[in-house]
Design a protein around this ligand. Structure first.
Ligand code: ZN
Length: 159
């Protein structure tokens, strides 16, 4: 698989905030993991702890198209679980500490580790979606919108 998604034209962000040009998957992943915009690498991706900015404050790239959903917590659980379970087993085998010490060590570590790596993982996933032109990130595709209630219900909403 090619590391770069090719584009018909190269250039800057259009009026809808979707830039054209090559999108390196690795570079986008790393920029996202550093909590910066995948397009320019300088603007902040998040406006708060886990809230992705609608547009990059530096280059105006539209970032609201992401659909990270529950993938960031999924990968966070997998990574934190492997780290903490490995440490628990190693410490138990080496020192056999009492259970209260296990609880005092691993519960805070699990919470802090999860909170620490959740934003970089979400950033990397948003960067990946941007590089792969997923959802509404494709400048040649439709602007993906969430269907309104009426479209689900198949008619007018009854109040
Ligand atoms: Zn940017």
């Amino acid at each position: 698989m090619s590391e770069t998604t090719q584009y018909r034209t190269a250039g800057a962000a259009g009026g809808d905030g979707r830039s054209t040009g090559d999108r390196s998957i690795l570079q986008s992943l790393l920029r996202g993991a550093h909590l910066t915009c995948p397009a320019c690498g300088t603007g902040a991706m998040f406006k708060s702890y886990l809230k992705v900015s609608d547009h990059c404050p530096a280059c105006a790239e539209a970032l609201h198209h992401h659909r990270a959903d529950d993938a960031p917590p999924y990968f966070t659980i997998v990574i934190v679980g492997h780290i903490v379970v490995g440490l628990v087993l190693a410490v138990e085998m080496a020192y056999r500490p009492p259970l209260w010490l296990h609880a005092a060590l691993w519960l805070p570590l699990t919470v802090l580790l999860a909170l620490a790596i959740l934003p970089p993982i979400k950033g990397a996933l948003v960067g990946l979606q941007w590089a792969l032109l997923m959802h509404g990130f494709d400048p040649e595709g439709e602007d993906e919108t969430v269907p309104r209630f009426e479209e689900f219900a198949g008619g007018d909403r009854v109040n």
